[in-house]
Every structure is written in structure tokens, then in C-alpha cells.
Ligand binder design. Sequence first.
Ligand code: GCU
Length: 431
Amino acid sequence: MRSPISHKTSIRTISTLILGMLCCYNCFSQTPASNLDEAKVPPYTLPDVLKMPNGKEVNTSQEWNKIQRPHIYHLYEENQFGRYPAKKVAIRYRLLETDNGALQATATRKQVRIYLHPTDTTVFTDVLMYLPNNTKKPVPVFVGYNFTGNHAIQPDNGILLSTSWLPAKAKGAINNRATDSSRGVESSQWQVKEILSHGYAVATAYYADIEPDNPDGWKTGIRTTLKDVLNMQPEEWSAIGAWAYGLSKIYDYLQKDKDIDAGKVALIGHSRLGKAALWAAASDPRFALVISNESGEGGAALSKRWYGETVKLITERFPHWFVAKYKTFGGNTNALPIDGHMLLSLTAPRPLYVASAEGDTWSDPKGEFLSAKEASRVWALFGKQGIDAGSMPALHQPVGNTVRYHIRGGRHDVTLYDWQQYLQFADKQWK
Ligand code: GCU
């Protein structure tokens, strides 16, 4: 006869084995590697954007504004992007340069330095603006960050060369700094003439003015330089949180510029800067219209849908973009209490445009579409029509109303086609 002790031991061994098998099963079921085969997408369940913490469904816009929106916003602060600075710090600014004969005299160029620290003048971001000449002011504006410095968005020698850190692989960068050969390298992504032709201004800043985009960037970026001013520790927020805050500060300036219609500021962001734009729009209601251009994982796409980039992969490669807690969902997105449709919902009821590209499978175009469609339920609470389409539209066939979506041919990029859709969208909302 076996002793009670050995019996207990064998029960423990068996339970350890079962637990081990379960864990193992879990590892496989949460396959962290990337999938690009639609047939292999396993079933997934999204958190219901309208289900309040008490289990009841949101029925009115008041319930949304009072209960559900703050609840979801808080989940984002806690799990993905970190706290948004609560303290209001007034900006100071200085006009660095202006020329009313820019772009063959069709535009006025302005370059403005925005100081983010109350006393330290080394903490700033430079904003480049083009305003249409021959258009009655104030004008609406499209604002967004660029990837390579302001001088990269247009081959215009009047643009001051950025002096901020640049990734080594950026075109024209030497020793992580811009050179003249990086002028205009990003101009196809900024269709300045097209924007001006609709009577809109454009304003842009280089995102690394705020925080260099690398895991050590926080050491020299605003998460450190504004630590005492904002009364926040660097690890309480993230690089994307910092970039989003920078956009709010740029808005603070735009509001003071008498040539700008502060009620019509459209915020645009591509890719990682699309994630930042969505978080800025969620955090700052003054942005009146929002455009997510291929923001993908951690942005418009659905993390629980196993296709393209995953939480695990993004947090391994770009740990600084998010708070540390986000990484803990890498092996288990089921436990994530949020998903892309909820980030989008935080822009409601403002006009929102979500765009994908066929060749940008990494961003999961279908996930972006499904997310925008699901989020549309929130616009409905405000009597606004989002996306009704039952399935993915064909290429170059935008769908939806106050929430709009398109997928175009081509790769991960911002193209003339994309801009044409955004400008028409803004015209429809504002003219
Ligand atoms: C990487 C990253 C994406 C991001 C993109 C970009 O591909 O994995 O999440 O959107 O860079 O910013 O271009």
C-alpha cells in the first residue's frame, strides 16, 4: 500500500504535469510569430466597446461621455500609452522665419520655435507651416509629424535644417544628423501643393524633437527634460505618449496663430506617427478631425486578430513606444482589456478617416477595416453614420461617412491618392 505522502506527491506531480501541458498549449495557442494567411486567423473576441464596467450597455451619448469614454481612456493610460500629463504648461514661441513668396509665391512659409519648458530654452520643437496665399484667413490646417525633419517635406532651401537626432538609416543622415542631401526626401508623403489648393494650411514638426525614437530616447527627450515641470516619472508614460503630448503643444501654438482657424485643425499621422496621432486625438478634444494612415498594430488594427504585426513583436522591437505593462500581453492578447476599435472610439464623434494599403500586410488592412467598422457603433450614439459596409471594400473605393475607410493599391506609404481622399473628406465636413 502506498503511503499518504507518496500519494499526495504523485497527485502534485500529475497536477504539475497538467499545468505544464496547459501552459504549453497556451504558448502554442497564442502563437507569437506573425501570420499573413487569412485562412489561419483563429477566432477571437473583442471587448465590447459599449459594455460599461457595470455590465450594462451604453445607450446614450451622455452615458458614453460620462462613464464609458473615461473608462476606456483610463484603460489605455494604464495598459498601453501611460499617463497623459495633467498639468497645463503654457508654451512660449518665437517666429524664426517667414516668407510670403514661398513655393513660387503661392504660399507663405512660417517657421516657429515652440518652447516646451517654462525656462529651459533648449527644450523645443520647430514647426514649419505653409499657408495658401490668396485665401481669406483664418484657414483650416492639417497638422502632423514628419519622420525625417521639416526640411524633408519639401525641396525648399528656405526650410531650416533640423538639428535633432536622426536614425542612422535616414536618407542623408551623417552621424545621426541631417545634411542638405536629406532636403525633400519625404516630399511625396506631404502633398503640399494639393493641400494648399484646397485652401488649407499645413503644419508639421519633426517627432524626434520631442523624443528620439530609440529605447534610450527618453533620456534626452521630454520624458526627462520635463520630468519636474510635469511632475511625472519617465516610466509613467511612453514615447508615443510623449509624441502625442507634443502634438497638443503644437495645437497650443496654432490656437494663437491668427491665420489659423483653431476650430478646424485636422490631425494626420502615418504608421507609428498614426498611433501617436490617435492617442493625441483621444487625449485632446481640440483636434477636430483625425486621420490614421496605416497606423497598424497598437493603432487602428486589432491586436487580438492574429495577422501581421503582433503585440509581442512590436514590444520586442520598440519597447519604448509603450508602457512596460503592454509587453506583458505579448504572449496573451486575450487578456488585453482593450483593442484598436476602442482607441478609434475615443475620437468619436469627430470625423475619423482610417486608411490602409494592399501591400501593407504588416499593418493588417482587414483588421483596420474591422476596427473602424466596430468603432462606428459609438458614432451611432451621436446620430452620426460611420461604416455600414458589411465587408472590406475593393481597392480605391472609400466607404463610410463620419468614419471613413479606404484601402488603396501599393505599399506602406502616404500617397497623393491618400491625400486626395483626406482633403475631400475635410471639404465635406467643413465646407
Ligand atoms: C514598423 C513597426 C510598425 C510601425 C512602422 C512605422 O514597421 O513594426 O508598427 O507602424 O514601423 O512606423 O513605419
